[in-house]
Design a protein around this ligand. Structure first.
Ligand code: PLP
Ligand code: COI
Length: 339
């Protein structure tokens, strides 16, 4: 029996039994390898170490009421990893390999999938790195694709309780024609100072604005932004944000609930007119926001006046979680059972 406090897991690393790995060498992907090592032996001149040839994904497996384990929308993560690979000239991972590796990584660590009703899940972290050596700035000739899994709780420690966030202008996470739309490590490095400062100043995360005009809401460091206004679900249209699979799913659910979905530029001033706002992502699920403080103007935008998530965010959260945990019929075909 594992000695894990499933209900109080943070979003952190817990060692599991195995991870899986596959190399691209000499023009092709090799065999999937299973490893029980937590480390990687890597060339000192590997391009991931010098020139940022690294991309990752994040998806979750859930233990469901019927005892089965289901993974949420893996095809979308596989597709996004292909886009990320293309964006920084890495060899892309075919969906078939992604699926095989993901299924194997979960199956080999099945007893780490948290029990149902604990609020925790098994986080699946695929990553792709340039492992071949180069000294000049060029793409590598060798790539390593790996997947490890780790049981996690909510990304923001508040879980579904509303959080405070901070709008900042003195750092950019991604440029309009840069790499914000793909999930590469460099974006996260660029977000670290603002993110850590937000934590020190008492906020759960920083909200980045568009890097060009500093007028429009882009996203939070680890999650997309959405707002509810009347019967509309509104989320930013921007070239520099990551196309979130959770956000895409919430848009579908909102439409299914009879709401209007609007993808458009959102100014900081627009914040005053919203009924509810939140951050969304695989790790964050939905994190309702109760206060947004503009770090430069001092202006404060407040929501969730009674301290709880708003009714629409709550409905969306409950439906998403019900589909993920197999409690609601999967009418959109989003889940995949790991047999
Ligand atoms: N935005 C950023 C910058 C992220 O890192 C993530 C996490 O993956 C998201 C948004 C949410 O995306 P998804 O819902 O696909 O997890
Ligand atoms: C995710 O939601 O899967 C993420 O990757 C966000 C964060 C942990 C970087």
């Amino acid at each position: 029996m594992l000695n894990i406090d499933w209900k109080n897991l943070p979003f952190g690393y817990v060692k599991t039994d195995y991870n899986v790995r596959c190399y691209w060498r000499n023009g092709q992907w090799g065999e999937l390898e299973v490893s029980s090592s937590e480390t990687v032996n890597i060339h000192i001149a590997a391009t991931c170490l010098h020139y940022g040839q690294e991309a990752f994904e994040g998806l979750k497996a859930f233990r469901c009421k019927d005892g089965k384990v289901r993974v949420f929308r893996w095809e979308e993560n596989a597709k996004r990893l292909r886009n990320s690979a293309d964006g920084i000239l890495m060899k892309s991972v075919p969906d078939k390999l992604f699926k095989e590796a993901m299924e194997l990584a979960v199956k080999l660590n099945m007893h780490y999938v948290p029990p149902q009703d604990t609020g925790s899940s098994l986080y699946i972290r695929p990553l792709l790195i340039g492992s071949g050596p180069k000294v000049g700035v060029q793409p590598a000739d060798e790539y390593l694709f790996m997947i490890f899994v780790t049981p996690v709780g909510p990304y923001f420690k508040e879980g579904f309780k509303p959080v405070n966030v901070q709008i900042i202008r003195d750092y950019d996470r991604a440029a309009p024609l840069g790499t914000g739309h793909i999930k590469v490590g460099g974006n996260y490095a660029a977000s670290l100072i603002a993110g850590e400062r937000a934590h020190h100043e008492g906020y759960s995360t920083a909200i980045f604005l568009d890097a060009h005009e500093k007028k429009f809401i882009d996203e939070a460091g680890p999650a997309n932004f959405f707002a509810i206004k009347g019967n509309s679900y509104i989320t930013p249209q921007s070239k520099s944000i990551l196309p979130s699979i959770t956000n895409m799913s919430l848009r579908t659910l909102a439409e299914d609930m009879g709401m209007k979905v609007e993808l458009k530029s959102i100014t900081v001033e627009d914040l005053a007119g919203f009924d509810e706002v939140g951050a969304c992502g695989t790790a964050a699920v939905i994190s309702p926001i109760k206060k947004i403080q503009d770090r430069d103007t001092g202006k404060v935008y407040e929501y969730c006046k009674d301290g709880n998530a708003g009714p629409v965010s709550t409905k969306l959260y409950n439906r998403l979680r019900a589909i993920q945990s197999g409690e609601e019929p999967d009418k959109f075909g989003w889940t995949h059972v790991i047999e």
